[in-house]
Write a protein that binds this ligand. Sequence first.
Ligand code: CA
Length: 236
Amino acid sequence: MSKIMIVEDEADIAEMISMHLAREGHESVTISNGLQVMPAAIEQHPDIIILDLMLPGLDGLSVFKRLRADTRTASIPVIILTAKSQVTDKIAGLESGADDYLTKPFSPRELFLRISAILRRTKKVVLISEMRRGPFSLDRRNLKLFLHGQPLDLTTTEFKLLTTLMENDDAVHTRADLLREVWGYNGDVATRTLDTHVKRLREKLGEDGKAIITVRGTGFQFKIDGEETPVETSAT
Ligand code: CA
């Protein structure tokens, strides 16, 4: 069973969708005001959001952009609903990366075919491409880091370095390992390069930079605050 959020202010359409979803074995929740979508999506994390464009409070396209800009909701697939006359809206919806869209009036069958296709697709992809640890969320498909839900600008090397550290979170990564995995070097000829990048990465992470721990004489380790830290470490 999947949880589907219906964002639609026209009660009869919302009810029709909800009724058919229930018949297919899906749970649904209806939101009628654009401003209520973000808080509800963060709290309930639905599998799919069906989003009408014409909404009171906040229009559907703005809602969609907010959903995509926050890591807690960025990966939720969205199907946009538009009235037949809103051709430009439809194009804007596609350009901003909606997973699918449907033109009103639509048949329930059409909607469910699209829902099923998205569920089949995303249940796999999301697991592979997302990695979360504490406030860190890595979107490996798009090479993006979100920290506390906010996107952070990292260079490709910094992203690779952080991913490598996070992938094996309990292990200590030696300098030689990191130089080989991130830079493709053999031997530890360029230790200073590594230290410079770690320093810069920590600075960008601010307070959360302390998750990258220096293991004296060995290398680095990724640890989230509050978890057990190994002996013989310093955060220099
Ligand atoms: Ca509407």
